[in-house]
Design a protein around this ligand. Structure first.
Ligand code: FEO
Length: 392
């Protein structure tokens, strides 16, 4: 794709990766992604803000063919989908300075072996003049690594936010038009990489409110012409109460745990609790992460296998612990036939979660009358806890 003008002497560059389906060897990308870079030409100096994933370096280099000089390469975030093409850009523009936070500089040296002399480090709030355009750098740690910062182009009111406010969407439209689609993709992205750092992100959001921002241009997905829309969504994900929602990741080997989960779902719904089920062998982990943003309660369904939880249930529990969702309650349901330590094993895997563990419901073999009574009691307890806590 050719460079595209956003405002006077401000251009989108970058690559749309329609085919990519996995990120970090972990995160599913059902809609592909884009690596957005931006070019800002001041009256005296020119800055390139971020680059692209090395797999698409040629695309960016072709877009830069008509650019006579780059004075600064702004690196908001050292992950290679944004920084990986910096070494190639430096080959073509050897006098350019790489602008980063001190932490960003260290990581870029570690990962990309960029020479120390190429860097210009900036402090939080510092400005860089391009002549008639001014870049202000604002530290926003943990969106998504500790070194991340964003840049405000003051005269145009454009915030270049890198991963922050981004979404993995491959699209030909530069600006957001389909709110539903972008909301879902942005929430998925938040859940997968930023949810564990909610407290810091809340502070970052608060900090940005002090600036005049008319547009947010992230480095994945589409540009926001209504900054308050995406900032409010983040505010809800970060600071809002959990919802009246039970999320049930489960796996069943021969149907007993599935029968329990189906019964529990019905009972929860009967008690007015919304439910999202994730059958782990066929689950998109990103969808599960997204549901965890809102969950009031998480209930893991697993058979006992090899004396413990099914490995897929252990994986989902490990992931939930790493993502640190806002959920306040957790329980376990499942079937076993002989001894094991399923509950102890799973309970030991959630040190990061600030949850009350509700009495698990386990049954020997296929579920019987007492099992269903236990599931009804669990559903009633969950509904009561959600009501007491005002989860809506
Ligand atoms: Fe888009 Fe954390 O990289």
């Amino acid at each position: 794709m050719l460079p595209r003008k956003i405002k006077d002497r401000v251009y989108w560059l970058g690559a749309v990766d329609w085919d990519r389906r996995l990120f970090d060897s972990l995160i599913p990308l059902p809609d592909g992604t884009s690596y957005n870079a931006y070019l800002v030409k001041g009256s005296e100096k020119t800055a390139l803000l971020d680059t692209v994933d090395p797999s698409m370096a040629e695309t960016l280099m072709t877009q830069l063919e008509d650019v006579s000089e780059i004075d600064f390469i702004i690196s908001h975030h050292s992950e290679q989908d944004h920084s990986g093409t910096i070494p190639m850009v430096l080959e073509f523009f050897p006098d350019a300075k790489v602008v980063a936070t001190p932490k960003g500089k260290d990581i870029l040296i570690d990962l990309l072996k960029i020479h120390e002399d190429a860097f210009l480090t900036v402090q939080d709030g510092e400005t860089l003049s391009l002549g008639d355009k001014t870049l202000r750098f604002l530290y926003t740690p943990w969106v998504h690594w500790p070194e991340t910062m964003v840049t405000l182009l003051e005269e145009d009111g454009i915030l270049f936010s890198c991963d922050f406010f981004g979404s993995h969407i491959a699209a030909s439209e530069l600006f957001m038009r389909d709110e539903g689609r972008v909301y879902e993709a942005a929430k998925r992205y938040f859940a997968e990489i930023m949810m564990p750092f909610r407290n810091v992100i809340s502070k970052n959001l608060e900090k940005l409110k002090g600036y005049d921002i008319g547009m947010i241009a992230p480095s994945h997905g589409q540009i926001h012409e209504k900054p308050e829309w995406i900032m409010n969504a983040y505010g809800d994900w970060v600071n809002g109460d959990p919802r009246n929602l039970a999320v049930i990741p489960f796996v069943s080997m021969h149907g007993s745990t599935r029968e329990m989960v189906d019964y529990l779902t019905s009972s929860l719904v009967g008690h007015g609790v919304r439910v999202e089920l994730f059958n782990l062998p066929v689950t998109d982990i990103g969808k599960l992460a997204m549901a965890l943003v809102d969950a009031g309660t998480v209930i893991v369904g697993t058979p006992t296998v090899l004396a413990g939880p099914h490995p897929l249930a252990a994986y989902a529990t490990f992931l939930a612990n790493a993502l640190r969702p806002k959920a306040r309650f957790l329980s376990i349901v499942g079937s076993y036939e002989w001894g094991g330590k399923t509950v102890e094993s799973l309970a030991g895997m959630i040190p990061n979660l600030k949850v009350e563990v509700l009495e698990p419901v386990l049954c020997k073999g296929a579920p019987v009358k007492e099992t269903f009574e236990g599931l009804d009691r669990l559903a009633e307890t969950v509904a009561g806890k959600h009501r007491e806590n005002g989860f809506a």
